[in-house]
Design a protein around this ligand. Structure first.
Ligand code: HEM
Length: 156
């Protein structure tokens, strides 16, 4: 079980970079796509697909860490009230997990709503706005010391 915890944490840590890179690419393609009124989804399709898939994978591993593997959230699950009073446990049990779930839902919603727009420009703009909000939340909720604890940027 312990090894599986370590492997999952490494995966969760490195997958963050896929999310950030493909999040930025999604924003770039959506921005330039709306300026040029490029076909939708067009070139942006595989980029957005990787972004959304890596988010879903992160959610899955995140839930696994939260409910099965992590000794930190295990403390919270045992006594949630007490955990909420401890900022370092609350960060993982509430802020990090909940805000990232919201961000993932926003990114997913944007890409669904975009399909229903009348023009390619509107579709690209929809992806841009929803993904931008999601991206900013994710950036704030990565444990790099801006809010909450700091963990290694590159986990070796
Ligand atoms: C885009 C979304 C997310 C990103 C970028 C992200 C990123 C990270 C990073 C970088 C760490 C630190 C890993 C390390 O120690 O090196 C971490 C830890 C953790 N994440 Fe996430 N995460 C995301 C979503 C989630 C979600 C949705 C959940 C739960 C539902 C979750 C649960 C956890 C838990 C429980 C830990 C700490 C585990 C421990 O140290 O024992 N994460 N996350």
């Amino acid at each position: 079980m312990h090894n599986f915890y370590i492997i999952s944490l490494y995966f969760h840590s490195w997958n963050r970079w896929i999310i950030l890179i493909f999040g930025l690419l999604t924003l770039w393609y959506a921005w330039s796509g709306s300026k040029e009124n490029a076909a939708f989804p067009g070139k942006a399709k595989p980029i957005n697909l990787i972004f959304i898939s890596s988010l879903h994978l992160q959610l899955l591993v995140g839930l696994l860490l939260y409910f099965v593997l992590s000794p930190i959230t295990a403390l919270a699950l045992k006594d949630f009230g007490a955990a909420m009073k401890d900022a370092s446990i609350r960060y993982w049990a509430m802020e990090h997990s909940l805000m990232n779930i919201i961000a993932i839902a926003l990114a997913q919603t944007g890409s669904i709503l975009a399909r229903k727009k009348a023009t390619p420009r509107q579709s690209h703009r929809t992806v841009f706005i929803w993904s931008l909000i999601a991206f900013l939340i994710i950036l704030l909720m990565i444990p790099m010391g801006i809010m909450g604890p700091e963990r290694p940027w590159f986990k070796f």
